[in-house]
Design a protein around this ligand. Structure first.
Ligand code: CP
Length: 317
């Protein structure tokens, strides 16, 4: 494996889930695999879970992990090609990326959507430059349009908590005061479409995800109907794709509260975190026994470790 950006990069999902179980049961079994290997985790944006779970996964595999916070720890980086660098950015990504690559064996990158241009974001301009210029395997730690480590952890969590072979999984939009990227819902949808689940998206008008993500998805505009019979409710806010990056609604009737959960089949509540309490989800729901947000976050170590393990195994070949 030399890149991890989308569900297609993981291959067979049943095999990936079997590997996840093995890693979770025996996290230190592959300590020798990462000996004398280094991963550099590059963050253009803030993080709690991704940063810590990636470091922990690397340590479990015996790897050295170095975290670089761009704009805080390093020079400000220019990302546009062909510009006159007479502003506040001292270094170009074109040099910074191969330099970073020369210090490590694997690179992880977090670079969110900027919402300045849908084309720039959906072409995955930043992470693709890391792939092109680093000469190293690259893991997306959340790119402009995908968050595969999160979606893999979500799948592992659903597999652990499901009580029927083919659970009903509902991704619901919920309100938020700020415009958030589509990376988490895009990846969640992509992975659920590939998994053996009955997958439904519910969101207000204007919040449909990108056409290739929505393709083949059961879209139910009525949130109550969507929740009926659900085994898992996955709440998330995202800004509009159609009116790119815009907030079109802050309708609090979409907030997942106890009444919403009463429509379901005693569903488990999921969210990638961080979450705005009483915007996305009520205290009552997130604090209830049906909330599995903490084990979901804990599985971020497992998903990252499976991906890093596969990359290290590929480097040995
Ligand atoms: N879910 C997630 O990626 O969390 P962080 O933004 O804290 O890394």
């Amino acid at each position: 494996m030399n890149r991890f950006l989308t569900v297609g990069d993981i291959g067979d999902l049943d095999q990936a889930l079997r590997e996840a179980k093995e890693v979770k049961a025996n996290p230190f079994k592959w300590q020798d695999l990462g000996r004398n290997k280094t991963i550099i985790l590059v963050f253009f944006n803030s993080s709690l879970r991704t940063r810590l779970s990636s470091q922990k996964a690397a340590q479990n595999l015996g790897m050295n992990a170095i975290v670089l916070n761009i704009d805080k720890d390093s020079w400000k980086l220019e990302t546009e090609m062909g510009v006159v660098m007479d502003g506040d950015k001292s270094e170009h990504l074109r040099e910074a990326i191969p330099v970073i690559g020369s210090y490590c064996d694997i690179i992880g990158v977090r670079s969110f959507a900027r919402f300045e241009s849908r084309e720039f974001d959906y072409q995955e301009t930043i992470i693709n430059q890391f792939i092109q210029y680093s000469g190293r395997p690259v893991i997306s730690l959340e790119s402009a349009t995908r968050h595969p480590c999160q979606a893999f952890a979500d799948l592992i969590t659903i597999d652990e908590y499901k009580t029927v072979k083919r659970p009903k999984v509902v991704l619901t939009w919920a309100p938020h005061p700020r415009a958030l990227p589509q990376a988490v819902p895009n990846s969640f949808a992509e992975w659920m479409k590939a998994a053996d689940v009955d997958f439904v998206i519910t969101c207000p008008e204007g919040y449909d995800l990108a056409p290739d993500i929505m393709e083949g998805v059961h879209l139910e505009r009525d949130q109550k109907k969507a929740f009926e019979g659900a085994d898992f409710i996955y709440a998330k806010n995202w800004a509009s794709f159609e009116q790119y990056g815009q907030i079109l609604s802050k309708d609090m009737s979409w907030t997942v509260d106890a009444e919403h959960m009463s429509w379901t089949n005693n569903a488990k509540f999921m969210h990638c975190l961080p979450v705005r309490r009483n915007m996305i989800v009520s205290d009552e729901v997130i604090d209830s026994p049906n909330s599995i947000v903490i084990p979901e976050a804990a599985n971020r170590v497992v998903s990252a470790q499976v991906v890093m393990k596969r990359m290290l195994e590929s480097l040995k070949k």
